[in-house]
Design a protein around this ligand. Structure first.
Ligand SMILES: Nc1ncnc2c1ncn2[C@@H]1O[C@H](COP(=O)(O)OP(=O)(O)OP(=O)(O)O)[C@@H](O)[C@H]1O
Length: 264
């Protein structure tokens, strides 16, 4: 018997004024899967992430995590329920150190109370110390532990991307959403990132949903792929099925034609 899905998206849609940015979107993700979400520019991918994380409230449909409805929850509540994300444009706390960027994520889940923090009670110190140790452990996995006290903004681009993933993971998600993690990376950095994503998935027994323009990355690591175009789901299936799907080919050819029109 098949296990019930970790995430179930049922007929979800959202309108911005007259524009249907996403409509009738359905998706099921099971524990441990690594799923790709692709589509031409403006297809609605980031809007889906914003719907899943409480940034937008769906105009229609339901989003369920472990069978519990998430619609209407604020982003921090969604994080507490188990969904963390990274952003297309890196959003780190630039002026904070690498270590503090990760500690902030732990703070959102910290067990010790605000009162004990204010009055610096012993429970606070054990909480703070534990948090610091865990953060450093995490940063080691991402090979960022030699930069613990460096300001985030001073890290090279590829490392900033890794720090964003580390911070999202520190919140202890059941489902990790990665929005174009390889954007702006060179082929070598992209290859390393692919290995890192595969590694953290194993290590933390994670479930991952990934938006990515880099087809090699998507096809190389995702088991199943969902394809959006103009806010509609046009295909879903294995990388092979998606590669040869007529609607997908048409959508991407349309995008190439539009790009060459702009360039030409
Ligand atoms: N807050 C908003 N208000 C109005 N329109 C929006 C808003 N957010 C997104 N849209 C529109 O919704 C559509 C889908 O945008 P979205 O950013 O989700 O696409 P995308 O697939 O992530 O694109 P890209 O690959 O270029 O990042 C676009 O037409 C966009 O202009």
């Amino acid at each position: 018997m098949q296990q019930s899905p970790l995430l179930k998206v049922h007929n979800v849609g959202i309108n911005f004024g007259g524009l249907k940015a996403v409509s009738d979107f359905n998706m099921e993700i099971h524990q441990g899967e690594l799923i790709g979400l692709i589509g031409p520019n403006g297809a609605g991918k980031t809007t889906c992430f914003n719907l899943l994380t409480g940034v937008y409230i769906p105009t229609e449909g339901d989003i369920l995590l472990e069978g519990i409805r998430l619609n209407g929850l604020a982003p921090y509540q969604v994080t507490q329920r188990g969904i963390s994300r990274t952003f297309q444009n890196i959003r780190l706390f630039n002026e904070l150190s690498v270590l503090d960027n990760v500690k902030v994520a732990y703070h959102s889940l910290a067990k010790h109370s605000i009162l004990s923090s204010i009055f610096r009670l012993p429970t606070h110190f054990s909480g703070e110390k534990e948090m610091e140790e865990k953060s450093i452990e995490f940063l080691k996995i991402f090979q960022l532990d030699t930069f613990l006290y460096e300001k985030a903004k001073n890290l090279p681009y590829g490392m900033q991307r890794r720090l964003e993933i580390a911070r999202a993971l520190a919140a202890g998600p059941k489902l990790l959403l990665l929005d174009e993690p390889a954007a702006g990376m060179n082929p070598q950095e992209t290859q390393e990132l692919m290995e890192l994503i595969a590694f953290v998935r194993e290590r933390f027994n994670l479930t991952i949903l990934l938006i990515e323009h880099d087809m090699k990355l998507v096809m190389g690591i995702c088991e199943r792929i969902y394809v959006l175009d103009h806010g509609q789901l046009i295909a879903k299936g294995s990388p092979n099925e998606i590669r040869n799907h007529p609607k997908v080919i048409e959508a991407y050819l349309g995008e190439e034609a539009a790009e060459s029109h702009v360039e030409g």
